[in-house]
Design a binder for this molecule. Structure first.
Ligand SMILES: [Fe+2]
Ligand SMILES: [Fe+2]
Length: 185
């Protein structure tokens, strides 16, 4: 696996300054939660910095380049271009950085979540929701919950994201609903 320094450099070169700052913020939260919940800190740090590596790929080429790189997209993802960066990012991290399967899985589902999320995947999802510069109050609440109970905080972030989508009249990926139901089993 590539070193943190190498990954950091590649990610930084591929993102705008503001997106890179977001990635650093997510990484900081990932590290904090990994320490709290006994997860591998190095893995958490790497998925945090790299999770949005494919976020700024040109919109018009997103489906084509993802499929060229071997990403299997759902019909829903093909119609919701903002979701594609998650699975595409995971494949890039696997091929270019040698990230392990659990790390790639966390990156793949950092936007939609899914049923059966690993601890690392929950940490990344929550960290992405509650990084320190998020402009909504729910982020601070999620962060506070995150210091107490990972599952509760993750479920809160997931529920709030689903609410945001409903309020904005956006369609919801079935994987997010399955993730939600799974947490209430
Ligand atoms: Fe993302
Ligand atoms: Fe992100």
């Amino acid at each position: 696996m590539k070193s943190y320094e190498e990954v950091y450099k590649v990610v930084k070169n591929g993102l705008s300054a503001s997106r890179f700052k977001h990635s650093e913020n997510v990484m900081d939260r990932c590290v904090e939660f990994a320490k709290l919940y006994d997860e591998d800190v190095e893995k958490a740090k790497l998925v945090g910095i790299a999770h949005d590596i494919a976020k700024e790929f040109p919109k018009e080429k997103r489906v084509r380049t993802a499929e060229q790189d071997g990403v299997k997209l759902t019909e829903f993802e093909k119609n919701h271009l903002s979701l594609i960066h998650a699975k595409h990012g995971a494949i890039i991290c696997e091929k270019d950085f040698g990230f392990s399967e659990d790390m790639c899985d966390a990156i793949s589902f950092h936007s939609t979540a899914k049923a059966g999320m690993s601890k690392l995947a929950k940490i990344l999802y929550l960290a992405d929701f509650c990084e320190k510069d998020r402009p909504f109050v729910e982020a601070e609440k999620a962060y506070e919950k995150g210091k107490e109970n990972l599952d509760e905080a993750y479920l809160y972030a997931l529920s709030e994201n689903i609410k945001f989508m409903i309020e904005d009249r956006n369609q919801i990926d079935i994987a997010s609903i399955e993730a939600y139901n799974d947490m209430l089993k």
